[in-house]
Design a protein around this ligand. Sequence first.
Ligand code: CP
Length: 323
Amino acid sequence: MKLFQHVSDIGDLRTALAEAQEVKRDRYQWQHLGRNKTALLIFFNNSLRTRLSTQKAAMNLGMNVIVLDVNQGAWKLETERGVIMDGDKSEHLLEAIPVMGSYCDIIGVRSFARFESRKDDYEEKILNQFIRYSGRPVFFMESATVHPLQAFADLITIEEHKQTARPKVVMTWAPHPRALPQAVPNSFAEWMLAADVDFVITHPEGYELDPQFIGHARVEYDQMKAFEGADFVYAKNWSCPGVTRPNDYGKVLHDYHTMMDWCVSSRQMAVTNNAAFLHCLPVRRNMIVTDDVIESPRSLVIPEAANREISAQVVLKRMLESL
Ligand code: CP
């Protein structure tokens, strides 16, 4: 595997899920694969889970790991061609990327949506430069539009906890005081549509996700109706994707105080099929989900986060195997 961005990059999902369980049985059995190989993890944005789980996965495989926080200690990077670099940015990404590639065998990059231009974000301007100029396999650690390591971990968690062959999985928008990217819901939708689940999306009008990720998924604007009979509830906030409201891309459409009935509480969970609760974390309690729901025995947020190590290890293992 030379690229990990979309669900299609992982190939057959049954095989990938079986491989995840094989990793869980003994995560240290492939240490020979990573010997004298280096993973470089580049963060343009903050992280707790992605940083720790991906480092751990690489170490499980016997790799050396270098982590670079671009905004803390590295030169400030210019990302646009044609700019006269007379400001505070000392280095251009077009030199920095091949230099970084020369110090490693595999590169992971986190670079969130900037919300300056929908076109730039959805064309994955930053990550595509790493793919083009690093000369190394690249895996996305959350980009402007996707977070595939998270979606793979979510799928592993659903597979481990499902009680019916084809569970109903509901992804719900929930309120947040700040504008958040669409990467997590985009990838979750993409992966759920590829998996054998009954998938429903619910959100207020204006938050329609890009058709390239949600395909023909059922969208139900009535959150209570969407929750009926759900086996899994996946909560996430996202800002306006600019699909039905192009001028509002990246905006929070309503004062969150007026949207608090979308916060996942025992009221909505009561109409589900005793649904398990999922969230990628970090989560703002009593905005996205109430204390009692996230603390309930049906909350899977901790095993879900633990599965980030497993999804990262499957991806790194496959990249090492194809070096
Ligand atoms: N879920 C997730 O990606 O967490 P971090 O932002 O902490 O890495």
